[in-house]
Every structure is written in C-alpha cells, then in structure tokens.
Ligand binder design. Structure first.
Ligand code: NAD
Length: 468
C-alpha cells in the first residue's frame, strides 16, 4: 500500500514547474510530487543546496519536502508511468524562425512532452496544461493523446494556467487570487476537473478555484497578461507626455489610480516591462488574432509591445542626449540586470537592450545586480540578435560585486531594476557621489529615488515621466 493518496508528475522544472509543484508537495503531504526535466544540470541544482532559481521563500519549501514527498529527476518516463495527474509545464517561447517567426508560440516542447506521455503511460492519466499556450492547444494535445490511447487507458485534458509572478511566486502560489481549471464540458471532463479541484482546495478556499471550459481558461491567461502589460504601456505612454509638459507621472498615476474603477496597481512608469511572459503572450494573442482574420484586433495588441520597445529606446536616447550626446569611453554604472526585483531572471530585461545600446555607442558599462551572475550577463549580451558580440562585451562590460564598486569613477548611474538595496535608505548616495566623475548623473528608470534629495547632494537627476 502506497503511503501517498495521489501521485503527481510535473514535466518541466523551470520557473513555473519548480515552485508550483513544490508548493503542492508542501501543502499536501500525502501527495507524492515528482518534478522531471531533460536538463540534467537543472535537476542536479534542484537536488543541491543551491537551487537553480531565486525566489523568496522557495528554499524553505523545497528543503522541507525534498526526499519526503517531493522529488526531482530526469527519469521522465518513470514519473509519467507512476503519476495520476501530469502537469505539462515546459517552455513555450516565441518562435525565432519559420512561419510566424517572431510572433507564434513554439509548441515543439509541448508536443514532445505530450507524445512522451502518450507513448509511455500504462494507466489512465489526467494531463494538465500548465504552460501558457495559444487558445485551443489543448485540442492538439488531446488529438495526440487520443491517437495513442487504448480501450484500457484514457487521457483527460485540463487547462490550469499559472498566474504566479516571479519575485512573489511563493506567496502567489500559497495564497492565489484565483486558480483556473478548464475542462471539456463532458462527464469525463468534469470528473477530471474535480480531481484537480480536490488538490487545490486542500489549501485554497474553494470560491477561489474557478472552473470553466477549456478554451476560456487558455484564453484567460493570455488575456490577463495582455491587460497587465497594456496598463504598463499606457502609463509609459503617459510618461512621455509628462516629460514633455512638466506633468509628473507619479502624480498622474496617483490621480488615476484613486478612481476605484481604475485602481492603483500596475500604474508605475518604468524603463519598460521585461520577463519571459508579457511580450511573448501578447505576440501570441497578436498571432492568434491574425490567424482568425482579425487584423484590427492584432494591431491593437501589437501596439502594447511597440510602446514598450519605444519606451526602452526613449530612455536610452535620453541618457545619451543628457550626457552631451556622447557616451564614448564614459563609464556608466547600470544598477540591476534582472527584469524586476526579487528574481534572478533576466529574460527580456530592459537592461539588456539598454546596455547593448550603450556598448554599441562605445560606453564602458559596469553592471551590478544582487542576483544575476556574471555568466548570465555575458550570455545575455552575446545572444544572437542583441546587437553586441563577445569582443564588444569583453572590451566594454565589467560585472561588479557591489553598488559602490560599479559606481566608482562613473559618469552616470542608470537604475534598471527596482531592487530595494538601491533605494536611498539602503545605499549611501553621498559616498557614491564623492566617488564619481563630475557632473554626476543619475537616470532613474524605476522611479525609486528621491530626486530632490539627490539634487541636494549634487547629482543631476533624470527620471522617467518627470521633466525636473
Ligand atoms: P523554463 O524555461 O524556466 O522551464 C521549462 C523547462 O521545461 C526547462 O527546464 C526545459 O528543460 C523543460 N522541458 C522542455 N521540454 C521538456 C520535455 N519534453 N521533457 C522534460 N522537460 C522539458 O520556463 P518557465 O518560465 O517555467 O515557463 C514554463 C511555462 O509557464 C511557459 O509556457 C510560460 O509561458 C509559462 N509561465 C511562466 C511564468 C513565469 O513567470 N516564468 C508565469 C506564468 C506562466
């Protein structure tokens, strides 16, 4: 007799599969959770003291359950064979080549994982689409699974998109606003849905576990990310008007956000959104709209991404313009490289665009981020398409171990990530000012600094969404 009342497998040990499945193990001691990945190094890291991703609270949860009811393995087949429920949490990046390149989601990883399930399963499974996918992907997964099912084995498919935000993943997972579970509206679909509802309601109030049809659930994930990104692009578009008119974007955001119909969240102007999801998911929606012959809808959503690109370049041009139209041989300190605070994830980070542009302008860029390694920074800046190569990076980039080291002797500081340690109560900006070339400039791309106080010290301050 097994000591577990349910066995779960999660295919994909990434930013979503790792934390989301670890939280299930933590909250459900009678459930055996095995997280599998083809990437041996990643699995080794999950099995070590140095987990492959940084997320506040994650270590405690993993260390509490690992080896008891939480396991990390590269044995994908065995985990599939043993599981009752299988989460598919693999990457779904934007295609880089081929038809729909630059917009369509690359579903190759989803298909490979689905085929593997179909090939090795020896008992019936509930297969759960956890990755973010174009609407109706579950139909393709179902077709692959059904083509391989026998009269003794059935596969039911659910959509259970993940809404965690990196940096707050553990609190998002332990106390989510809602969990979506979509199923086919058939008796078998409802029965499968109930199995997953029964897992989540072990710790989440049942009114927050929302059930719906498969396609609504798939589309809701894209819709939610598109709406969040749209708010950022909207406030960033307003920030450009603020800079040109003397309006202050913080005041405008406050004024708008106190309207209860609008609300205050996600109205912070910045150098632009990053992360692996917003841009990818909007492009996914754009592609879907085009496939559905809805060009105006596609253009509408595309403008959110266009605005984001514009914001990154607008800020970069402002830096160069302010530094007397040349950054050649100037030392510029970039504070923060992650796409946001409390994560080591740099995917689509605005810092990549910014630093690559400054390097191409022959600036000497010093970079400090508390959670991003030198290796990662070098990898990001030499990725094809970024605009900088290894020789440029070796010549123009220095990765530093502290804020003070990065800023010493610099002509300018650029705040790229809103890490708490860059705020004025945690960093001695007077000490930094004394160590810099004069005039000393600060460009606040995250609205975290007190510009009047910095000006008192002697800095020249340029802030997103503010003309003074
Ligand atoms: P990730 O790249 O960090 O992890 C995906 C993992 O899947 C990789 O480790 C890869 O090796 C593994 N993998 C791929 N194919 C496999 C296979 N056939 N068998 C076993 N392992 C395989 O990606 P992520 O950030 O965790 O995102 C996963 C999905 O979740 C994506 O669709 C993403 O859009 C979505 N999502 C991400 C976030 C986020 O904040 N990162 C939030 C919500 C949803």
């Amino acid at each position: 007799m097994s000591k577990y009342d349910l066995q779960i497998c999660c295919i994909g040990a990434g930013y979503v599969g790792g934390p989301s499945s670890a939280v299930i193990a933590y909250k459900c001691p009678n459930v055996k959770v095995t997280i599998v990945d083809l990437n041996q190094a990643r699995i080794d890291a999950w099995n070590s003291d140095n987990l492959p991703i940084y997320e506040p609270g994650l270590d405690e949860i993993v260390f509490a359950c690992r080896g008891k009811n939480l396991f990390f393995s590269t044995d994908v087949d065995q985990a599939i064979i043993d599981a009752d429920l299988i989460f598919v949490s693999v990457n779904t990046p934007t295609k880089k080549s081929g038809m729909g390149a630059g917009m369509a989601a690359d579903l190759a990883y989803i298909e490979t994982a689905t085929r593997r399930i179909a090939q090795v399963a020896t008992t019936s499974k509930v297969v759960i689409e956890k990755s973010t996918v174009p609407c109706r992907t579950a139909q393709s997964m179902r077709t692959i699974l059904e083509a391989n099912s026998s009269k003794d084995i059935r596969f039911d498919i659910l959509s259970n998109p993940e809404f965690l935000a990196e940096g707050t993943a553990i609190s998002d997972l332990t106390n989510p606003d809602r969990v979506l579970i979509g199923c086919l509206q058939t008796p078998e679909g409802f029965a499968a849905q109930k199995k997953l509802v029964d897992v989540y309601t072990r710790w989440i109030p049942k009114e927050r576990v929302i059930t719906m049809n498969l396609w609504s659930s798939e589309l809701s994930k894209l819709a939610a990310n598109a709406l969040l990104a749209q708010r950022i692009s909207s406030i960033n578009a307003l920030s450009a008007i603020c800079e040109a008119t003397g309006a202050d974007v913080d005041e405008v955001a406050y004024a708008c956000g106190t309207d209860s119909r609008i609300g205050p969240k996600f109205l912070k102007a910045s150098v632009g959104f990053g992360g692996s999801c917003f841009q990818k998911d909007i492009l996914n929606l754009v592609y879907l709209s085009e496939q559905l012959f809805l060009p105006e809808v596609a253009a509408y959503w595309k403008s959110v991404v266009t605005m984001n690109e514009y914001q990154k370049m607008r800020f970069t041009h402002r830096i160069v313009r302010t530094l007397f139209n040349t950054v050649t041989n100037k030392k510029i300190a970039l504070l923060g490289f992650a796409f946001k605070k409390d994560t080591g994830d740099t995917r689509e980070s605005a810092a990549i665009t910014l630093s690559s542009y400054l390097i191409q302008e022959r600036a000497n860029v010093t970079i400090y981020d508390p959670k991003v390694s030198q290796k990662q920074i070098m990898m990001d800046l030499t990725e094809p398409g970024v605009g900088t190569n290894e020789a440029d990076v070796n010549k123009h980039v220095t990765v530093c171990g502290s804020v003070y080291e990065a800023c010493a002797d610099a002509a300018a500081i650029v705040i790229c990530t809103e890490w708490d340690e860059f705020k004025m109560d945690q960093t001695d900006y007077k000490k930094i000012f004394d160590s810099m070339q004069k005039p000393a400039f600060i460009f606040d791309g995250r609205l975290i600094l007190d510009a009047p106080k910095l000006r008192e010290i002697g800095f020249r301050v340029e802030t997103i969404g503010k003309s003074i």
